[in-house]
Structures are given as structure tokens and as C-alpha cells.
Design a protein around this ligand. Structure first.
Ligand code: PGA
Length: 255
């Protein structure tokens, strides 16, 4: 089990379907690498579109890692347009985002997502499992919704594999929006998520890293980190700007 005092923090950049050219992609990575070299306590992961993974793989070293934004849980076969999780490690990919709200909207069900988590963890890669409610209600029903998302995503996962799971809490209403949630609300949610994990897997201590995503920027990163009770961030838009992303990495590393 992870010793959370020693476990590294994590900043993941989710580039989505950006940038338009490989040249731009290389420039961002080169910029981010400058900061990553001085970072001690934080793992930095960039998740580019598949096409850019191979040309970027030689730049992914010295604390900078590559991740995929999705992966098919099958090994190989007649699945037009898909990329197998088994095809990723040869390109230095160690992390895969699964269950992002944008992919859930495209039809990724809890069952499909669970198969992906099992296959990714099964070959020793790390699954960044996205969860998050669409809206909040005053009865707290969203808490049960979050619990069910966790239980379904991690169904069949052995306790010893939890080191290869990262929970990315991304309230859908904050993703792509103007404002992140408040550090106090985030603190409450991360306690709840950790409690669900503890009860489910009977683990002591924190056990699993929980990160936050949704409108993280260089201005709010510090307070979300300080008071939000999370191990880092999943960053969308601001990961496409080497300067801003670097500031976010520094804010996490110095916390
Ligand atoms: P955002 O996206 O940082 O642009 O809000 C976060 C995400 O989609 O993971």
C-alpha cells in the first residue's frame, strides 16, 4: 500500500484534441521539461493525442511521463479506430485516463470503464479514473452518485493494485468552466472519496491518491492544494500553455 507521506504528488495535463500541430506539441513539452527538472516531489504526466505520443516519447524522461487519454481493453482485433492498452507501454506510456466526462458523454459506460481499469492495471500501468457529478442537489444525492461511480469503476480490483489507481475527482460543472470548486468543498469531497475507498477495500490511512480537475489554473492551484486535501491536479486548458502549466506544477511541488 502507498505510504502517502512518501508518495509523490501528481500533475496530469490532459491535452484533449489539441494542439493542432506536432511542432506546437513539442514546444509545450520542451517548455514544461525545464520546470520538471527542478521538481522533486511531483510526478508530471502529459496526455497528448495518440498521434503525438510516439514522436514525444523521447522527451518523456527525468520526471516527465506520458499518458494516454483513453485505451481499449481488448488486446488486439478488428476494432476500427481503437488503440489497445497493450500497444501503449512500448511508447513509454505508463498512465491512462479513463472515464473522463467527455468520453462518458460519447458513450463510455461504467462497465466499459471498469474493463479498461482492469486491463490497464493488469499490465502494471496506472489508471487515472475520472469521477464527478453533473450537478449538485441539496439532498446530497450526488454523494451516492459518486460512491456508485467509484464502486463500479473499481469493481474486481485487488487491494494490492490500488497503488496503480489514481482517482481524479472532476465535478462536471467545473470542467471547462470559469471557476474551480472552492478548496473547502474540495476538502469535503476528498474526505468522502477516501472514506468510500477505505470502507470498500478496508485500507488504513489515505491509501489511494485523489487529484482534482476542473478549471485549475496558476491562480487557484496553490489554495486548492493547500486546503483541498488532494495529491495534485488533472489540468485541461492550462496544460496547453507551458508557462501556466509550469506554475501549476511549482504550486503543487512546493506545497
Ligand atoms: P479544464 O479541464 O482544466 O480545462 O477545466 C479539466 C479536464 O477536462 O480534465
Amino acid at each position: 500500500m502507498l505510504d502517502m507521506k512518501k508518495a509523490k504528488k501528481l500533475v496530469v495535463g490532459n491535452w484533449k484534441m489539441n494542439p493542432m500541430t506536432l511542432d506546437e506539441a513539442k514546444k509545450i513539452v520542451t517548455g514544461v521539461r525545464k520546470v520538471v527538472k527542478g521538481v522533486k516531489k511531483t510526478e508530471v504526466v502529459i496526455c497528448p493525442p495518440y498521434l503525438y505520443i510516439q514522436p514525444l516519447s523521447s522527451l518523456a524522461k527525468d520526471g516527465l511521463h506520458l499518458g494516454a487519454q483513453n485505451a481499449n481493453s481488448n488486446t488486439t482485433g478488428p476494432l476500427t479506430g481503437e488503440v489497445s492498452h497493450m500497444q501503449l507501454p512500448q511508447f513509454n506510456v505508463r498512465y491512462v485516463i479513463v472515464g473522463h466526462s467527455e468520453r462518458r458523454k460519447m458513450g463510455e459506460t461504467d462497465e466499459k470503464l471498469n474493463r479498461k481499469v482492469l486491463s490497464i492495471v493488469g499490465i502494471g500501468m496506472t489508471a487515472i479514473v475520472c469521477i464527478g457529478e453533473e450537478t449538485r442537489d441539496s439532498n446530497g444525492d450526488y454523494l451516492e452518485f459518486i460512491k456508485q461511480q467509484i464502486l463500479k469503476a473499481l469493481n474486481g480490483i485487488a487491494k494490492k493494485s490500488l497503488d496503480n489507481i489514481i482517482i481524479a475527482y472532476e465535478p462536471v460543472w467545473a470542467v471547462g468552466g470559469k471557476e474551480a470548486m472552492t478548496p473547502i468543498d474540495l476538502h469535503e469531497m476528498s474526505i468522502y472519496i477516501k472514506k468510500v475507498l477505505k470502507d470498500t477495500f478496508s485500507i488504513a490511512g489515505d491509501g489511494v491518491r485523489v487529484i482534482y480537475g476542473g478549471a485549475v489554473d496558476k491562480f487557484n492551484a496553490q489554495s486548492l492544494m493547500k486546503d483541498g486535501n488532494v495529491s495534485g491536479f488533472l489540468v485541461g486548458r492550462q496544460s496547453l500553455d507551458a508557462g501556466s502549466f509550469s506554475e501549476i506544477i511549482k504550486a503543487v511541488d512546493t506545497q
